[in-house]
Design a protein around this ligand. Structure first.
Ligand SMILES: [Zn+2]
Length: 242
C-alpha cells in the first residue's frame, strides 16, 4: 500500500510541475526534504524514479507476522512450524501455517477409540470412532508402509495406532483364508480337504447342497471356511465341465 501511495503522489505532483517548466525551486526543495535523498537533485522526475528504485531493489530487513491459516490468529511459533502441505507450495507466501494451539487441538481430538476395517470389491474402507465421540464412517483408505492413507488429516501418533489396528485386522482375516483346498468325488459322496493360513485343517469332510442350495457338512465347519468352500467348489465344478 505504501508504494502505491507514493507513486500516485509523485505522479500527481509531476503533473502539476510540468506546465511550470523551470520555475519550481520551492517545490523541488520540499520534495528532497520529503524523501531525504541525496540522489534527488533538482528534477522532480528523478525523485520519483529514485523512490521507486529504492523500494524495488534495495534489500531491507522487515518482518511479517505469522498468521494461522486455520484460526486466523497471529501466533508465536514453537520449535517447529506446522503448515498444511498441499504439494503446491513453492514459496513462503503459498505456505499455510498452522498455529501451535490449533495443532494441539487437532492432536487432542485424534485419540482413536476404535477403527473397523473392511474390504469389498478390492476397495478398503475404515470407520473410525474417536474418544470424543466423533465418527468417521467408511473412509476410503490405502495401507502403505507404516501408515494408512485416508481422506482425513490424521496426526502421526494416531496414524501409527490406525496402522497397528489395520495390521491386526489384516493378519486376522488372512488367518482365516484358505491356503489350499481339494475335492474328492466318490460314489454318492463328495468331500473336501483344506487348510487355512492360520494352520486350521479340515480333512475329508463330506458335504452336499440341500434343496435350498445351502451347504451341509457331515461334521461342523466354521462359517468363514464354508463360504470359501462354496466359492472353491463352484470353480471346481466349472473346471470339470470343460
Ligand atoms: Zn490456529
Amino acid at each position: 500500500m505504501g508504494i502505491i501511495l507514493i507513486v500516485i503522489r509523485g505522479v500527481a505532483q509531476l503533473g502539476r510541475a510540468l506546465p511550470w517548466g523551470g520555475r519550481g525551486r520551492g517545490f523541488e526543495s520540499r520534495r528532497s526534504d520529503h524523501f531525504g535523498s541525496p540522489a534527488f537533485t533538482g528534477n522532480p522526475r528523478k525523485g520519483l524514479f529514485f523512490c521507486l528504485w529504492v523500494r524495488r531493489f534495495t534489500p531491507m530487513i522487515r518482518t511479517l507476522p505469522l498468521v494461522c491459516s486455520n484460526c486466523d490468529n497471529k501466533f508465536v511459533p514453537a520449535e517447529e512450524l506446522y503448515y498444511r502441505d498441499n504439494f503446491m507450495s513453492n514459496s513462503i507466501r503459498d505456505v499455510h501455517f498452522i498455529c501451535p494451539d490449533c495443532i494441539k487441538r487437532w492432536k487432542d481430538k485424534w485419540r482413536i477409540k476404535t477403527a473397523v476395517f473392511s474390504e469389498k470389491d478390492y476397495v478398503m474402507t475404515v470407520s473410525i470412532t474417536l474418544e470424543d465421540g466423533t465418527i468417521y464412517k467408511n473412509l476410503d483408505c490405502t495401507p502403505l508402509e507404516e501408515t494408512v492413507v485416508t481422506s482425513e488429516e490424521i496426526p502421526e501418533e494416531a496414524q501409527r495406532r490406525l496402522f497397528n489396528i489395520y495390521t491386526e485386522w489384516d493378519s486376522e482375516r488372512k488367518k482365516n483364508s484358505l491356503k489350499d483346498c481339494t475335492f474328492k468325488d466318490e460314489f454318492m459322496r463328495t468331500t473336501f480337504s483344506c487348510e487355512t493360513y492360520g494352520g486350521e485343517k479340515f480333512n475329508d469332510i463330506a458335504f452336499r447342497f440341500n434343496m435350498k442350495g445351502q451347504i451341509e457338512t457331515e461334521t461342523p465347519v466354521p462359517e468363514y471356511v464354508l463360504k470359501q468352500i462354496i466359492d472353491a467348489y463352484r470353480l471346481y465344478e466349472m473346471q470339470n465341465k470343460e
